[in-house]
Design a protein around this ligand. Structure first.
Ligand code: ASP
Length: 555
């Protein structure tokens, strides 16, 4: 079975199991209660005056009984204290100012029993008390590590891969004018596609007005449920640096520090400068260095293939967690908005990328998407264009024939600054929130959405949920209330998967266009060749054992 098929099966399994046996499953009994700090556990139902003993800091509890008291629904819950909570209680019991200090000598104090079960009552009220399936949660907790391990394996390769391949790429471009031209055209294309994405997004949101579909009840419920998270995003966005700081910050004061911190723009800057310096050296000096870096690069590529062996189970575990923990009810309330974002992404994919790949890169768009399958599936499952980067690079090089010089320059830059899916989504989200607050945005306001969403998508890192944080900047730019973030937070994780896949497609599109303009001989790999030649494509690369030396490579 081909690797793509296995990954696809993994994705399907994750989604289906997430719905059927995840924490929000409609099939399993909802026998657990999730409590936010604002939830009060009391000793008796409908009596808020007496907090239940040992109930501070409880986050999850088992539901024993449900009871109606007047209008309210009460849950009797049982919990055990975790080792961490017990330690905290031990520590607090002598020092807390509002409790009477326990002045008995240590050996006479009653020890806190880790096995003791405690019982109390909470009022069922979203968002502070929500129910879930304990079995589903146990399954998520038990499998989550697989997805995290897989992601960690790929992330491990990102920094060295970008550094080695970009230095080698620039050093082999050989000619500074070519580098300048490539850089200028790439950035021009990035901005051009982001602009088109925003025009599509804003056009759709103006024409179809998704905000008009949300009922006032849903609006109040969503605002209440996600208010806390929204505050967090707002403060994250407030900490973002200004544009000038960001530009100057691209030059690392310590390149090793930049590599250690994984600061992608700084790494790109240093690798480009290092590569340029190598081209300026005498060939006798530079050749061994370039050769060494190239071999290191090949070793990183091999590591990507090793990590990809985990991909089918990895994506299953990642999707199981996301799908199992996102409630369908939020999705329904935001159906018009989510549907519009998906429609916008699809249009951008088909029209903008389809047009560029067909007419500029002169490749069949369907075959191009087929060649990019592993990267797209991974972008979807991980919601991170940075984590997907090594696979995106493998796909454009091995399956489409782009040279390392082009891919190692365009892709890391794209994964960091080119996020069309994110920009399109921010445009729609800003208008949607404004419509719900019945604000009319003028043409000037919408232009400032275009400018701020372009910058916000440049500033967003290629990690899950980054676009949501920078959305706060877009809302501020046009004076839309920031609390509105709470309205769209519930579906953010799901939409993130689609916009990341779009972002990665955008980077790959720019790469093949640049490769064509720079004269690379592009050729889509057909599946039989993939199987037959282990030095190309994804299939069978590891079976060969030895590190491949490409046939076109000089010894
Ligand atoms: N997750 C997206 C990415 O990695 C960024 C975003 O949140 O929009 O491309």
């Amino acid at each position: 079975m081909q690797l793509y098929t296995k990954i696809l099966l993994g994705m399907l399994l994750g989604v289906v199991l997430g719905f059927l046996v995840g924490p929000n499953s409609p099939l399993l009994p909802q026998d657990g209660a999730r409590l936010l700090p604002s939830a009060a556990i009391v000793a008796a139902p409908a009596d808020a005056s007496a907090p239940a003993p040992m109930s501070s800091g409880v986050q999850r509890a088992t539901i024993l009984e449900q009871r109606r008291v007047g209008e309210q629904e009460w849950l009797q819950v049982e919990w055990r204290l975790t080792a961490r909570q017990l330690l905290k209680l031990e520590r607090d019991r002598d020092t807390k100012p509002d409790t009477k200090p326990d002045t008995k000598p240590d050996h006479e104090k009653t020890p806190l029993d880790p096995n003791a079960r405690h019982v109390g009552w909470v009022q069922r009220a979203e968002p502070s008390v929500t129910t879930y399936s304990r079995l589903g949660q146990t399954l998520v907790d038990g499998t989550e590590w697989i997805g995290r391990l897989f992601l960690a394996m790929i992330r491990m390769v990102v920094v060295p891969l970008v550094f080695f391949s970009l230095t080698v790429g620039v050093a082999s471009l050989g000619d500074l004018r070519k580098l300048g031209r490539l850089g200028g055209r790439t950035i021009g294309l990035f901005f051009g596609t982001t602009f088109v994405a925003l025009v599509i997004g804003l056009g759709l949101a103006n024409a179809l007005r998704p905000g008009a579909f949300m009922s006032p009840d849903d609006r109040a419920r969503l605002l209440a449920s996600y208010a806390g998270d929204a505050t967090q995003k707002i403060s994250d966005a407030a900490a973002a640096p200004t544009l000038v700081d960001q530009l100057i910050g691209v030059v690392p004061s310590n390149p090793i520090g930049a590599l250690a911190a994984g600061d992608m723009l700084q790494i790109i800057f240093f690798a480009v400068m290092f590569g340029v310096a190598l081209t300026m050296l005498d060939a006798r000096r530079s050749k061994p260095v370039v050769q060494l870096l190239d071999n290191c690069n090949e070793a990183m590529v091999m590591l990507v293939h090793v990590a990809m062996m985990l991909a089918p189970v990895g994506v299953a575990a990642l999707l199981f967690k996301v799908v199992g923990s996102t409630g369908l009810s939020v999705l329904m309330a935001l159906l018009a908005y989510s549907g519009l974002v998906l429609l916008g992404l699809l249009l951008h994919l088909a029209l903008t990328y389809g047009g560029l790949v067909t007419f500029l890169a002169r490749l069949s768009f369907i075959d191009f998407l087929r060649a990019m399958r592993p990267a797209l599936m991974l972008a979807f499952s991980t919601s991170s264009s940075s984590a997907t980067l090594p696979i995106t690079k493998e796909c454009v090089e091995e399956n489409i024939g782009v040279s390392n010089e082009i891919s190692s320059f365009v892709l890391p830059l794209g994964a960091t600054v080119n996020m069309d899916g994110t920009a399109l989504y921010q445009g729609i989200a800003a208008l949607f929130i404004a419509q719900i607050y019945t604000m009319d945005l003028s043409l000037g306001d919408q232009l400032s959405i275009v400018v701020s969403a372009t910058l916000a998508s440049v500033g967003a890192a290629g990690v899950p949920g980054a676009g949501m944080i920078t959305l706060a900047m877009v809302l501020t730019a046009v004076g839309v209330p920031l609390e509105g973030l709470a309205l769209v937070l519930g579906v953010d994780r799901l939409l993130d998967m689609f916009r990341t896949a779009t972002n990665v497609t955008g980077d790959a599109t720019a790469t093949v266009v640049m490769a064509r303009l720079e004269g690379d001989a592009l050729r889509l790999l057909d599946p039989s060749e993939d199987r037959a030649r282990p030095d190309r494509g994804f299939e069978g690369r590891l079976d060969r054992g030895a590190s491949p030396v490409r046939p076109d490579e000089p010894d």
